[in-house]
Ligand binder design. Sequence first.
Ligand SMILES: [Zn+2]
Ligand SMILES: [Zn+2]
Length: 701
Amino acid sequence: MVFKDIINQLYLFLKENKLLSNKKRNKKELKKKLPYIYCRNYSFLISLPLIKIRLMIHITLPDGSVREYNQNSTPMDVAKSISEGFSRNVISANFNGTTVETSTPLTTNGNLILYTFNDAGGKKAFWHSSAHVLAQAILEFHPSAKLTIGPAIDNGFYYDLDLGDAIISEKDFQKIEQKFLELARGKHEFKLRAVSKEDALAYYTNENNEYKVELIENLIDGDITFCDHSNFTDLCRGGHIPNTGIIKAIKIMNTAGAYWRGDEKNNQLTRVYGISFPKQKMLTEYLILLEEAKKRDHRKLGKELELFTFSTKVGAGLPLWLPKGAALRGRLEDFLKAAQKKAGYEMVMTPHIGQKELYVTSGHYAKYGEDSFQPIKTPKMEEEFLLKPMNCPHHCEIYNFKPHSYKDLPKRFAEFGTVYRYEQSGELHGLTRVRGFTQDDAHIFCTPEQLDQEFKNVIDLVLYVFNALGFKDFKTQVSIRDMSNLNKYIGDIETWEIAEKAIISAATDKGLDFVIEEGEAAFYGPKLDFMVKDVLGRSWQLGTIQVDYNLPKRFDLTYKGADNQLHRPVMIHRAPFGSMERFIAVLLEHTGGNFPLWLTPDQVILLPISYKYQKYSEKVLELLENSEIRALVDDRNEKTGRKIRDAEVSKIPFMIIVGEKEEAEGTVSVRKHGEGDLGTFTIEAFVSLIKEEISETLTQF
Ligand SMILES: [Zn+2]
Ligand SMILES: [Zn+2]
């Protein structure tokens, strides 16, 4: 190959990589790019492959595959290279941990995740982009409204606007939605544009928008972007879908007052909440789901079924368990206690407070001390106590009660331990976010060699709990170290490797559907989490198994090994329910209050058709109670039809109707909740019907 040919090839290569303009071959430009080409020696031949490396980029996809692209290819180019069909669904992307537009040129090697609407990242871009269009639609009706911020939230998005004296009420929703769709149909592209701080300030000063001016003042020059679509411009750092046409359905949910920057000293703005979808059908389904979720809201059901309540006098976020709720919770505890006993756990009990020093030792003071309930001081002012934020330090001290030999291990200490953590009042939510809650806690202290078996045992216990309570659909996640940043983890590499291997092999052995998340482990140990899907398809995190190398060290826990030397035990924290409060909330919403028969507050209600059969009802009641069936009599002077309807509402699984015929024959007529008439049974046959149904869900551990 002669020198001229090589130059020609190089030229074509540069052009292909968009590093040269498309103009006719421009010697000057080529000269500028590669001055040494004109050195009449052969060194450039050596540099040729190096140039190629610089001009191509390597993109690593989530499945670990690495593909080569021209520099400045966009996420959409990558999507198209995977498949045309797939690229049509790609709406957003993440490059090296940062959200980017699908049109952002990629200039370096890196990890790329392509999002569709099914991914959380895709929904976020979709809903945030919808917020821009919502603001645009509102401006059509309120041209002088001042825009502030419009983020995506868990379900949809909102936009905060200063409407001046104007208001947006429910009757305006439809016309705004129609305008929104009309604008969206224009398929306007979202385009990010860098602006100088000076220009950005000038733009919003001209718009008379003091909110945006305030936001821009806090931004760094050179780091400011505007997003344009159609005739609409907004200050925005990015994270949009390609164009408005992808948004096919919108629903404005409600409006609320919101202070600028959440500070009540500031102006009150109007917050407009909305949700949007790429298909009309998805919106319809979402609205049906929302209705169903409202019916199943645990706060509503908890009140109707008289399970728990809150009192402003007692304090926000501190649940009060009513008799039926306390009994139900007791049954859940007994159920777990029985299984734990078989699994070799020992119950312990510890106080609700502990010396501040205890939590300083454990490290919990550093985590909860400042931002949670403040220490309790004794009158002498010399002692400081903390409301217990975690049970673990107490259990470490129980372990330290006496010296241990490897022959005693594992030790498994369990406690339904109530802990207290301060949550802001705005964060509180029924039983799912509270300030005092009871963990079904246990700590296992074992040798590193026992980890594998202990993990398997805990998985068995968690699966047993889920099965007995009707959670069939769940996923698990194994959280391991970030292999590129091993310094941030305590404990030696060998023990970490043992633990990670033990978790993965236990999860595989037990047939769990799991994903491994690198970098998600706590600094003190890897863990396994269970994510349960309820009947409405919502995911809840229940059940955690966490390995800990930190507390055994902080509390100087030891055991004497077979070598007669002292060793550090490994600690496992585990809670199949998570907390009693949260678990019961999830169970209420999952079952809609129709608990499994073994757990439900009242299993049977007797409905005598008149007061004449009161005596016989009481006799049946006694027989049922003797068989440990929870039953009650509805002796109100009401028609049988009314009594049946009320029993259905209170979700009692079995109704027994007794009248003349039943009394004469010594039988009962049985109706089942939600199913209807089951026919006539002798009392013994009815008792076995109930026992059978219970034994189907409540198997022995
Ligand atoms: Zn934006
Ligand atoms: Zn713990």
